[in-house]
Write a protein that binds this ligand. Structure first.
Ligand code: WT7
Length: 652
């Protein structure tokens, strides 16, 4: 049967950006050789990367054992991740290099060299040991963005105790469920952290969680917020007190390549969070590889900043493990981009002379909404490369980022990956790839992705389901204690393929364009339209900063497109404006994509990781009671939207 595109490809973007000559001249990869090499022998290619980028205490004997869907990489190899991130740099005489420029939200700063980090991690590993933590024990971490967070992760890695970092914005219930699923023995937390000008408590919700988490024997508390906390005698300990007399000497535990490095829970669509398992050798290889080549890392001169939270996989792979394995100098910032003012990020870029900035489309669209006068107050000339991750980036947001942050000289790498993939999978190589705004371009060397139809047939052009067709070193090894759910969730929809849940289209030149989650695809009069393309058409209008589109039940067309639109700062809206936007979309992508209704709103409901929650907007659009709102960053936003949708929609 001939393969048939299953999602329409409506949006045409024809701007192209070849690598700037200056950038290309100094790029680590400036031609297609590495990709050709990887295609000729992908297992051999990964083996070479593993030996080049990672130090093994025992070399591996088998590159890959693949019994679909279970993979083992670099079998027989032994290594320690914290040794790779710390000791080997210090041993090579690079102990004085800055690992982290840390900036607290109130403006306090710390400069932490590789030697400092090595000492601190050794001491803290001994502290954990003294509390009974042994190889294989799980440790839960619930912390603000302070240096003790990577210290805690690396100390766990040093002992071979898998960590489970729970994002500091999660509730006590979420923390409790994750501790219980992992049966963590120790919890590392803080009194509180700084966010948007005030202290948010962590120890109090942690106490609530522990009350129903019987596996926890000890709690270690970093003093950061200086908020009042209760300490339970014998169970709770202050970090600084335990550290005072700890010895820095703690030999790294040689781990098997396939030993568990960490668990990271994703909520997904069903209630019970999935404990995504990442192991040691393959994970470190692919995060080091991608961090080095996607960000074209020059460790002597670059100052790299991934502005995500370490509580997400982005922070695990691209604030902690990738950059440290590569001996990079990074920035960590504790707080929000609007504290004290909306130029905070740009003041940090200027202050530390940041060369490489990695952030999310949601942040970029927020900066668009705030306006270019914020970055314009600062000297951003140190920047040479920009990255994006987390959602499809609308072409217009891409171009805004390129122009107003990158000054028109920095390539923008749009990196597609997931908690489950562990590392970047689809992305430009900035010294090689001609960029198209909104496209993540091609699979990286060693990675194979294909777009398929409903039946799993591959096609060369058009929209459908994004699948991965071979194992990769940093792939999830499973869902913790639930191999069936692993098989069922990722490997059952299309035989022999990993299905990521995302739609994508392939264009005439073979470029990949992510189209959002396939669950969000709308069916309008029999046309399968992606939310991403309609949103991009809206953001294409000069007055629009951000848009979220959903399909709501409709008697005549099956589903009707409802658009929630945020305009750029200061722009007034009325019915005529809505009508103009509807026509703009029709002109850009055709009549099928034209929203039936436009609702203007100052904000959109988002998860704490910045993804738009279309499910809630669908509830609003269809007049239903709201489902679960507990993962919402700001619950008040939905009430506001509901009010707007009842009073001022622009309709056909
Ligand atoms: C989902 C994974 C990857 C680390 C942060 C999110 C979406 C991610 C892109 C991109 C289009 C993207 C996908 C993916 N996504 N990056 N560059 N273009 N979509 O990790 O929370 O596991 O989310 O984020 O839908 O499946 P996550």
């Amino acid at each position: 049967m001939a393969a048939e595109p299953t999602i329409e490809a409506l949006y045409l973007e024809d701007r192209t950006f070849p690598p700037p000559e200056e950038f290309r001249r100094n790029a680590l990869i400036a031609d297609a050789k590495i990709s050709e090499e990887a295609e000729a022998d992908w297992e051999g290619f990964w083996a070479k990367q593993a030996r080049e980028l990672v130090s093994w205490s025992t070399d591996f004997d088998t590159v890959l054992e693949w019994k679909l869907p279970f993979a083992k990489w670099f079998v027989g190899g032994r290594l320690n991740v914290s040794y790779n991130c710390l000791d080997r740099h210090v041993e090579a005489g690079r102990g004085d290099r800055v690992a982290y420029h840390w900036e607290g939200e109130p403006g306090d700063t710390r400069t932490i060299t590789y030697a400092d980090l090595h000492t601190e991690v050794g001491k803290f590993a001994n502290v954990l040991k003294s509390l009974g933590v042994e190889k294989g024990d799980r440790v839960a971490i619930y912390m603000p963005m302070i240096p003790e967070l990577p210290v805690a992760m690396l100390a766990c890695a040093r002992l071979g105790a898998p960590h489970s970092v729970v994002f500091g914005g999660f509730s006590s219930d979420a923390l409790r469920d994750r501790i219980n699923d992992a049966e963590a023995k120790v919890l590392i937390t803080a009194d509180g952290g700084n966010r948007r000008g005030s202290v948010f408590p962590l120890k109090p919700p942690a106490d609530q969680a522990i009350a129903e988490a019987p596996s926890i024997e000890h709690v270690i508390v970093v003093a950061r917020g200086k908020n009042d906390v209760e300490m339970v005698e014998g169970r709770d300990h202050w970090y600084h007190e335990l550290m005072r007399d700890a010895s820095p000497d703690c030999p790294p535990e040689p781990m098997d390549s396939e030993d568990l490095l960490y668990l990271l829970y994703t909520s997904g669509t069903t209630a019970k969070p999935k404990g995504i398992m990442h192991t040691t050798g393959g994970y470190l290889t692919q995060v080091a590889f991608t961090h080095k080549y996607v960000f074209d890392l020059h460790p002597d001169t670059d100052v790299y900043w991934c502005a995500a939270d370490i509580g997400w996989v982005t922070g695990h792979s691209y604030i902690v493990y990738g950059p440290l394995a590569n001996g990079a100098t990074s920035v960590i910032y504790e707080g929000t981009p609007d504290t004290p003012n909306r130029d905070r990020l740009w003041s940090i870029v200027e202050k530390y002379r940041v060369t490489t900035l990695y952030t999310a489309p949601t942040a970029i669209r927020t900066f668009m909404k705030w306006g270019p006068q914020e970055p314009e107050q600062h000297d951003l000339s140190s920047l040479r490369l920009l990255g994006s991750v987390g959602e499809p980036i609308n072409p217009e947001a891409w171009v805004w980022y390129w122009q107003h942050i990158g000054g028109g000289r920095c390539p923008v790498v749009d990196t597609w990956w997931q908690t489950e993939t562990g590392a970047i999978m689809i992305s430009p190589l900035p010294g090689v790839t001609t960029l198209k705004p909104g496209s993540a371009t091609f699979p990286l060397p060693g990675i194979a992705a294909e777009v398929v139809d409903e039946q799993g047939n591959r096609f060369e052009k058009g929209g459908g389901y994004l699948t991965l067709t071979r194992p990769w070193p940093s792939m999830l090894r499973g869902i913790y204690r639930d191999p069936e759910r692993y098989q069922e969730t990722y490997w059952s929809r299309f035989a022999g393929r990993y299905f990521a849940g995302d739609g994508a289209k392939v264009d005439d030149d073979g470029y990949l364009w992510l189209l959002g989650r396939v669950d969000d695809v709308m069916n309008v009069s029999g046309h399968r339209v992606s939310t991403t393309e309609v949103e991009s058409a809206l953001v294409d209008h000069q007055t629009v900063a951000e848009a979220a589109v959903v399909g709501a039940k409709d008697e005549t067309t099956g589903q009707a497109i409802i658009a929630f639109v945020t305009l750029k700062g200061g722009i007034e809206h009325d019915a005529a404006h809505g009508e103009m936007l509807r026509e703009h979309v029709a002109a850009k992508i055709g009549r099928f994509g034209r929203p039936k209704t436009i609702i203007f709103t100052d904000d959109l409901p988002k998860t704490r990781s910045g993804k738009i929650m279309r499910r809630l907007l669908r509830d609003v659009a269809e007049g239903r009671d709201l489902g679960d709102t507990t993962t919402l960053a700001d619950p008040a936003v939905v009430d506001e939207i509901r009010r707007r949708s009842q009073t001022s929609p622009t309709e056909e």
